[in-house]
Design a protein around this ligand. Structure first.
Ligand code: PXL
Length: 250
């Protein structure tokens, strides 16, 4: 079983590609990656961002897809319109089924997107995804709806859900996640008091992608990923998640 992450590199290992690969590994999946951006950061601060040029991103896609029969992938930090367009073209050309984490801002507060990022995400990428998983802030940006309570979240999910299945992840709404896949379903989870949350969006989207690869349906994959992220946060270390908890048996 093989998965693909199309995302940025967080050298602290807390988020981005390194976390996605750890998550795939914990699920028994061989992880491949296309690096869209290099970042210099730790869980507290982003020191810098360097975009990879689109020709080289394209070459990474070709090198992986020429060698491996990949069906499912996920996207993380894409940063610019040019990268979103290129990634969307590659996804369409290769019929990839993609879980989209619409990464906009790092947990430390730094911007991980360029101007009009949300507009181009909605135009090129989201309509071709199998699931988009925004947190509350990202859902507000994508929907244009301010989310103060569950009802607002449901409205936002229905609006974003016109383009593809969506789950608004619940870390900021009392542990309530809102799925719209034609019907609304609300998942409620206990919130853990901790600062080990850096990378939770990356881990969730990689886990959903991983469970889809393992042939679970979308709802089963989401439910299993909710548990997976809960435990990764619970057993986190060094202000980041521990997506290997299953392997470590902590
Ligand atoms: O958690 C969002 C995220 C995604 N991808 C990269 C990141 C971060 C947050 O810091 O650095 C590369």
């Amino acid at each position: 079983m093989i998965g693909l992450t199309i995302a940025g590199l967080d050298p602290s290992g807390g988020a981005g590609i390194l976390t996605d690969i750890k998550t795939f590994s914990a699920l028994g999946i061989h992880g491949t990656s296309v690096v869209t951006n290099l970042t210099a950061q730790n869980p507290d601060k982003v020191y810098g961002i360097k975009e990879v040029d689109t020709d080289f991103i394209s070459l990474q896609f070709d090198s992986i897809l020429d060698a491996y029969p990949i069906e499912y992938g996920k996207t993380g930090m894409l940063y610019s319109k040019e990268i979103i367009k290129l990634v969307s073209e590659k996804i369409n050309e290769n019929d990839l089924k993609i879980v989209i984490d619409p990464v906009m801002v790092a947990s430390s507060g730094a911007n991980l997107m360029n101007n009009d990022y949300s507009k181009y995400l909605k135009k090129y990428l989201i309509p071709n995804g199998v699931l988009v998983c925004p947190n509350i802030k990202e859902a507000e940006t994508l929907s244009g709806i301010k989310i103060n309570n569950l009802n607002d979240g449901i409205k936002a999910a229905e609006k974003i859900g016109k383009k593809t299945n969506v789950i608004i992840t619940g870390g900021h709404l009392n542990g309530q996640s809102i799925l719209y896949d034609g019907d609304i379903k609300v998942y409620t989870q206990e919130l853990i008091k901790t600062n080990n949350t850096h990378g939770s969006g990356c881990t969730f989207s990689a886990a959903v992608c991983g469970y889809l690869i393992k042939n679970y349906d979308l709802r089963e994959s989401i439910e299993k990923s909710n548990d997976y992220v809960y435990n990764s946060i619970k057993y986190g270390r060094y202000k980041t998640l521990n997506p290997l908890y299953e392997l470590n048996n902590l």
